[in-house]
Ligand binder design. Structure first.
Ligand code: R1P
Ligand code: URA
Length: 284
């Protein structure tokens, strides 16, 4: 491992903040809520008692404050695992790299990450407008294959690989699971399930507008392999958290049941319920 990083590797803004997130180490709490939609940031921070930081660049909006005396950050990631690659590396740099010296710190700091997202269900029995916490995740986006030494295997991943019928895509798959440390907090969730993270919203999620998707039975096949739901970020959050030494959990409200063709009648209400449910559990 190279300890001194070149200016081209760890890019900083003129004020010393990390390039995309546009924040400084002191702007960040150790407990971080990640949301996809930038409009979800104030919907979370409105519950904070104080807000001391409000910064943004592109789709990355950050607010840091306190709730019941504890420091907490909420940050938007935008859509997709490419964005998560940026978010996870820059969050880690903020705590584990001396930005001024551009040197990796000898002491490692672990962050506690909670993704509050929306998702679609591939299990006909999962009711919309309920919460689902991700235990296992399969990434169909390929991101973790660009990192050396990433390997994760458990019973779920072995069974999934054994049954996955799409040879063209098989090489892109990778797996991870939730942080055991956080799992206790969410054990009373309505659904604890296995999530597929897709590299797109349309054909990768089986949607067909003017273009045909790979297979009409794609989502059904995934459900038969143990997948409950899907979205576009969790594989990268869980996979990079394992590599970087952080704890991560995804909680999502199910806004669509694709097998039953149903969409939430009021997904803003489910989003609010999710935010309150999670804040109650992560800040005592
Ligand atoms: C697609 O509409 C987006 O919604 C889901 C997907 O993962 C994707 O980012 O999550 P968010 O509601 O957190 O953005
Ligand atoms: N998020 C997704 O990525 N897909 C859906 O259908 C719903 C939420």
């Amino acid at each position: 491992m190279i300890n001194k990083l070149a200016a081209s590797e760890l890019v900083l803004n003129p004020d010393g903040s990390v390039y995309h997130l546009n924040i400084l180490p002191e702007d960040l709490a150790d407990k971080i809520i990640l949301v996809g939609d930038p409009d979800r940031v104030p919907k979370v921070s409105k519950y904070f008692d104080t807000v001391e930081v409000k910064k943004n660049k592109r789709e990355f909006y950050t607010e840091t404050g306190t709730l019941r005396g504890e420091r907490i950050t909420v940050m938007s990631t935008g859509i997709g695992t490419e964005n998560i690659d940026i978010v996870m590396n820059e969050l880690d740099a903020l705590v584990n790299i001396d930005l001024q010296k551009k040197e990796i710190k000898t002491e490692h700091k672990s962050l506690n990450l909670f993704r509050l997202g929306t998702c679609g269900s591939v299990n006909p029995d999962i009711e919309v407008d309920n919460l689902l916490v991700t235990e296992n995740v399969v990434g169909l986006d390929g991101l973790l294959h660009f990192y050396q030494d990433y390997h994760f295997e458990n019973e779920f991943s072995k069974n999934f690989m054994a049954g996955f019928p799409y040879e063209k895509i098989k090489g892109m798959l990778y797996f991870s699971d939730w942080s055991k440390k956080n799992s206790e907090l969410f054990k009373d969730a309505k659904y604890i399930g296995n999530t597929a993270t897709f590299p797109g919203f349309y054909a990768p999620q089986g949607r067909q507008l003017r273009l045909r998707a790979l297979d009409d039975r794609f989502l059904e096949q995934l459900n038969e392999l143990g997948i409950s739901n899907f979205e576009m970020e969790t594989s990268a959050i869980y996979g990079l958290s394992k590599l970087l030494g952080h704890d991560a959990t995804t909680i999502a409200c199910v806004i669509a049941n694709r097998r039953r063709g149903e969409f939430s009648a009021d997904h803003k209400k489910s989003e609010k319920m999710m935010i309150e449910w999670v804040l109650e559990r992560i800040i005592k």
